[in-house]
Design a protein around this ligand. Structure first.
Ligand code: NDP
Ligand code: X2W
Length: 352
């Protein structure tokens, strides 16, 4: 009998679900036991994504058709639209309470139910589960994640901004009321479901800002930055949609506190991340390209001086489907199941 851990992926026919399948096919300690879909239920992964046709994988089934009490699943990845996730997880965990969960949606990321209701437009349906959820930015919450039953995997934009900013805020090295995050994402960030504004003819050959002044990721940023600062922090954040598939790149403008120079901010980040496997800080003055991280679980961070004295410009990039979602989810799974943190996700980026 195999002693591999049994894994279910809810939403395997979506972009983040399929990225989980891609990564976990090479993971030596798990087996993909249940893959679910909604419209695609009954089909094979190879029907939905021909890349998977050569591999033996379970048929896509509906979530309701699974007997969660007897399925013996060790860990469930939930790659479903937000709000759907809350209802589904309540049911799955009632039937299989020993099962661990890594949820990729936004449903359990905000610990404040009032903030959730404000930004998502409805009351939270699973407040008890919300209370036990651990926020899954590994580089910040590693110790808590190891003990968690339910991990709330962070958002892609928010991971890209938090990895450079949280250490600087914790070190009180930057002014927290002057942070500007100018972020750009590839289109897979919006998921695979068809939407008119995502047609090639609408997106190609140009790009636009959206959610200006009101994107829901502001709530996640505010909560995490406020925790890091020990006081309320709100930031300027503007996302843009780029005509490319993968990748997020954030250009972040900060002012050093008490005369801290850009070089000193860079030094703080170098020290913070010298032992982290998935964050690389470039030499001072150099900045990364989305291609440096494509398909990998890496975040690349560059710091340069602004010509305005006292200000610095930070450029941070990750792949929204990997470190921004499924790679980070596998990193969380590795911690929750007691594996080496890098198992199955240590491949470098694709090139060119
Ligand atoms: N895309 C990204 O870069 C990131 C996404 N996320 C979050 O991850 C989650 C998944 O995103 P993504 O993979 O992009 O989304 P997709 O739209 O690509 O996939 C959604 C998946 O959920 C299934 N599904 C949809 N509705 C239901 C339902 N009512 N009941 C059961 N299953 C359903 C779909 O099945 P079917 O295909 O059969 O319809 C599909 O498998 C979302 O919460 C998203 O916000 C987080 C970080 C980054
Ligand atoms: C390009 C694009 O549309 N991106 C998505 C963010 C995707 C994401 O990962 O955010 P959640 O996990 O919180 O859904 C958006 O702006 O809503």
């Amino acid at each position: 009998m195999s002693n591999k851990k049994k894994i279910a992926i809810l939403g395997a026919s979506g972009y983040t679900g399929a990225e989980l399948v891609r990564l976990l096919l090479r993971h030596p300690k798990v087996e993909l036991t249940i893959l679910t879909a909604d419209r695609r239920a009954g089909q094979q992964m190879g029907d939905v994504f021909p890349q998977f046709a050569p591999y033996e994988l379970p048929t896509l089934v509906t979530i309701d058709s699974v007997d969660w009490t007897t399925a013996g699943i060790d860990l469930v990845f939930c790659a479903l639209p937000h709000a759907t996730t809350q209802k589904v997880l309540q049911d799955v965990l009632a039937k299989a309470p020993e099962t661990k969960v890594v949820d990729l949606s936004a449903d359990f990321r905000l610990s404040d139910p009032a903030a959730y209701a404000k930004w998502y437009g409805h009351e939270h349906h699973a407040l008890e589960l919300q209370k036990e959820a651990v926020y899954g930015l590994v580089e910040v919450y590693r110790r808590d994640i190891k003990k968690a039953r339910l991990v709330a995997n962070p958002g892609c934009y928010t991971s890209c901004a938090q990895l450079p900013l949280v250490p600087l805020i914790k070190a009180k090295a930057i002014e927290t009321d002057e942070i500007v995050i100018d972020a750009k994402s590839g289109m897979t960030g919006a998921g695979r479901a068809a939407k008119e504004e995502m047609l090639f003819s609408e997106v190609s050959d140009g790009f636009n800002a959206y959610g200006v002044g009101k994107h829901r990721h502001m709530a996640e940023l505010d909560e995490q930055f406020s925790k890091a600062a020990g006081k309320e922090v709100i930031v300027t954040f503007t996302p843009h949609l780029l005509p490319q598939n993968r990748g997020i790149l954030s250009t972040i403008y900060v002012r050093g506190r008490r005369g801290k120079t850009a070089e000193e901010l860079h030094e703080i980040l170098v020290k913070q991340y010298e032992k982290e496997p998935f964050v690389y800080v470039l030499p001072f003055g150099k900045t990364p390209h989305t291609r440096h991280v494509r398909g990998s679980n890496m975040t690349f961070i560059g710091v340069a001086a602004d010509r305005i004295p006292g200000r610095a410009i930070i450029v941070s990039t990750l792949d929204n489907l990997t470190k921004g979602a499924s790679g980070q989810a596998v990193q969380n799974m590795n911690l929750v199941l007691g594996f080496a943190e890098t198992l199955g996700i240590d491949q470098p980026a694709m090139f060119p």
